[in-house]
Write a protein that binds this ligand. Structure first.
Ligand code: G6P
Length: 618
């Protein structure tokens, strides 16, 4: 939610800030802005809409200076407009960019207004600008001014601030929203993620909760804890290169990311399998001993990651015999959760920064402490399955398993989801009690062959592009699946609604007759995911119920499924695979379907309206 980037260099920073914003645009894209210190004065350009609109303005009147801050916004307080776009100023002395929400901004705003401050925007951020302006007027030190204001604000933030009277400094802070420091040679940077800064450096300091940082020409990088104590933070080298930021020959990032799945799944498996079993050490030091004690698993996630958790529940219960619950983080965090003995708490998150998931982890950790005090019980351990190294979720969990999807830019998640599924299969096998049996050996072998099967699934692109024409004029669609394919149907429906704006719902096929069947007619395409598994015959009966009501059916099935295409029934063959891995393989054609429908409809595939990739607000 919102991307921020800041630069303090010896060269003009407009180009660096602009490129940083383009790379952060996945975090929000309803307005963008930049402020640069030009000959001792703060100069600002802002535009409603995407970064490209700001770029046009900068082409007319560029900003020139070696210190600046910039922002791309996903609106929370105040509608998307130029006046609400960041950076916000106070008295032409302070400029600030902010990601997050200041929860107590209303009383603070009233206080400032009664003191004569006139606000330009409807944002919570502008309050912080004015508070810093006042604090600086007293202490004449930007770092001290920011620290004193942070003590007064509640909520989540990552921010970067400049002041005309501290012309060679930028102060940043983070609490609840991500912020990294990019370390250069005689130049330093701040950004919401590393991707924004890979254009200028591969060395980063990952700030911790509550950290405040000052970049200055005189002192370089100074990090202080929330208590104001100097903090030593390691500089880490990012080793994955910078190619991920480009679309290559693909028309959209989403299509590129769909096609990367065989390679990133191979990378996720690399070094984690030995012979015919999974290496528990992949999950961190001590994982093996911990896993032996696990009697129950609680999985928490949001959005697409939640769907991955739903698949894992079937796997963990069937293959490992471990009772498992799966819940969206925004519900879990406000419940009085009962934690059975020896429960492993698992979070799934592409970004590792999703506000609700992070809050759920913190709640689980605090709950564990409470329960431990009461009756000796609590969570056994916390495990994060995550795609971003150094993210808050991985840092705050006992164990972690990194998916190796690489940066995912398309807002609709694709490769992050399938690599999560692979990671969850690794977890399932690691938790399985009966080690070394034929089932485990067969699954490990099937995992090794999975990238090849996914390559075959991608070859369905042509037929799926042709099929997508049947959807472009439709307003609704229904997805059906059973067992592990029910969450895949949910994910297929989510993809379609996210990027093509077609209202899509998913049901477990057995529930069809309990309501949704009433909606079925020729205008409601029904998509069924039908691998050749033990539930196939039951699913076939459900499909007959649709056909009998004149519904138009599109069935994704493997060749072994005896279904003959007919007028109202189109069958697309998906490559066969071990039934436990079928949810991973069947995801790809559904991703391709939503992609092609969106392209036909002419929507913004990579940046669908109203959405953002990283949701760092509640
Ligand atoms: C947003 C994204 C989704 C993602 C969800 C959870 O809604 O648009 O693609 O699934 O957040 O994100 P996470 O990073 O925690 O997986």
């Amino acid at each position: 939610m919102c991307g921020i980037v800041a630069a303090l260099a010896a060269r003009n920073v407009q180009g660096i800030l602009l490129e940083g914003l383009k790379r952060l645009e996945y975090r929000g894209y309803d307005s963008a802005g930049m402020a640069v210190m030009e000959s001792g004065a703060l100069m600002r350009q802002r535009a409603q809409g995407k970064v490209a609109a700001l770029e046009e303005k900068l082409a007319e009147r560029s900003l020139t200076g070696s210190i600046g801050i910039a922002h791309t916004r996903w609106a929370t307080h105040g509608k998307p407009s130029e006046v609400n776009a960041h950076p916000h100023l106070a008295g032409d002395r302070v400029a600030i960019v902010h990601n997050g929400i200041i929860e107590n901004f209303e009383p603070l705003k009233r206080e400032l207004e009664s003191d004569g401050v006139v606000f330009e925007s409807e944002t919570d951020t502008e309050v912080v600008a004015h508070l810093i302006d006042r604090a600086f007027a007293t202490c004449h030190d930007l770092l001290a001014a920011v620290q004193s204001v942070l003590a007064r604000i509640d909520g989540a933030y990552a921010l970067a601030v400049m002041h005309v009277d501290a012309p060679r400094e930028i102060v940043g802070a983070r609490k609840g929203s991500p912020l990294v420091v990019g370390v250069g040679i005689d130049e330093n940077f701040l950004a919401s993620d590393t991707l924004a800064l890979l254009q200028v450096t591969d060395r980063f300091v990952y700030l911790r909760e509550g950290d405040v940082v000052r970049l200055s020409a005189r002192h370089g990088i100074e990090v202080l804890t929330a208590d104001g104590e100097p903090a030593a933070r390691d500089v880490q080298v990012y080793e994955h290169g910078d190619s991920a930021a480009s679309r290559g020959d693909y028309r959209h990032f989403m299509l590129k990311e769909i096609h990367e799945q065989p390679a990133v799944i191979a990378a996720t498996l690399e070094g984690r399998l030995s012979g015919s079993h999974v290496l528990e050490s992949s999950f961190g030091v001590g994982a093996r001993a911990l896993f032996e004690r696990v009697k129950q698993v609680h999985i928490i996630a949001c959005g697409t990651s939640y769907h991955a958790g739903m698949v894992a529940r079937y796997w963990l219960e069937k293959l490992a015999g471990i009772p498992t619950t799966v819940e969206v983080a925004s519900e879990y965090r406000y419940r009085d959760v009962v934690v059975p003995e020896n429960t492993l708490f698992v979070t799934l998150s592409q970004s590792g920064e999703t506000a609700d998931t992070l809050a759920a982890l913190r709640y689980a950790t605090s709950r564990a402490d409470d329960l431990t005090e009461q009756d000796g019980q609590g969570y056994l351990a916390t495990l994060a399955i995550c795609n971003v190294p150094g993210s808050s979720l991985t840092r705050e969990s006992d164990l972690s398993l990194m998916t190796q999807a690489g940066p995912e830019i398309g807002v609709a998640s694709t490769k992050a989801f399938t690599t999560q599924l692979v990671a969850l299969m690794l977890l399932t096998l690691a938790l399985r009690r009966s080690r070394g049996d034929e089932r485990e050996a067969a699954l490990v072998q099937a995992l090794r062959g999975l990238p090849g099967v996914l390559d075959q699934a991608l070859a369905m692109d042509g037929p799926i592009a042709a099929l997508s024409e049947a959807f472009a004029e439709k307003h609704h669609a229904l997805f059906l699946g059973r067992g592990t394919q029910y969450p895949i149907a949910l994910e297929g429906a989510l993809k379609l609604k996210e990027i093509s704006y077609i209202h899509a719902e998913a049901y477990p096929a057995g529930e069809l007759k309990h309501g949704p069947l009433a909606l079925v007619d020729a205008d409601m395409p029904v998509i069924a995911v039908a691998p050749n598994d033990e539930l196939l015959e039951k699913l076939k009966s459900n499909l007959q119920e649709v056909r009998a009501r004149g519904g138009e059916l599109f069935v994704f099935a493997d060749e072994g499924v005896a279904l003959t295409a007919a007028d109202s029934l189109r069958v697309l063959h998906v490559p066969a695979v071990d039934e436990f891995l079928a949810p991973i393989v069947y995801t790809l054609p559904l991703q391709l379907l939503s992609y092609h429908v969106a392209v036909l409809k002419g929507t913004d595939v990579d940046q669908p309206r109203n959405l953002a990739k990283s949701v760092t607000v509640e």
